[in-house]
Structure formats: C-alpha cells, structure tokens
Design a protein around this ligand. Structure first.
Ligand code: ZN
Length: 72
C-alpha cells in the first residue's frame, strides 16, 4: 500500500513536469504578437500590434502614414 501511494505521487509529479514543459513551449504565440514589421510609407520598423493596416494588408507606423499610402 505504501508503494502504491509512492507510485501515485511519482505519477502526479511526472504529469506536473510535463505540463510545465508544455507551458514553456507555448510562448510561440506571444512571439508572433511581437513580430516587427516595416511601415509601407517610411520604412520604420514597429511591433506588429502597434501598426495600422490598410485594406491591402500593408502596415503603417501611424494613421498619418496610412493616409499618405505606400511610397513607391
Ligand atoms: Zn511610417
């Protein structure tokens, strides 16, 4: 009976360790949020979530540059 308790304890520890490993492997979703893109007008690099997109999917560093459009 003592060994069964020890076995359950080991199993729980192993499960916890696996879950921790899974959580540690997850931050890839956060990395995509931190993606840096270039402004289509001035070329300044900014984090993806701070840029403004136009209808064509281009990224701009500010609303003013979005209105000016891409520089050719
Ligand atoms: Zn810009």
């Amino acid at each position: 009976m003592k060994y069964l308790f020890l076995l359950v304890l080991l199993w729980l520890a192993w499960r916890g360790w696996r879950q921790m490993k899974r959580l540690a492997a997850r931050p890839s979703a956060v990395v995509t949020e931190e993606w840096v893109v270039a402004c289509a007008h001035c070329g300044v690099h900014a984090p993806r979530r701070e840029t403004i997109d136009d209808d064509a999917g281009r990224h701009y560093c500010s609303e003013a540059h979005r209105r000016l459009g891409p520089r050719s």
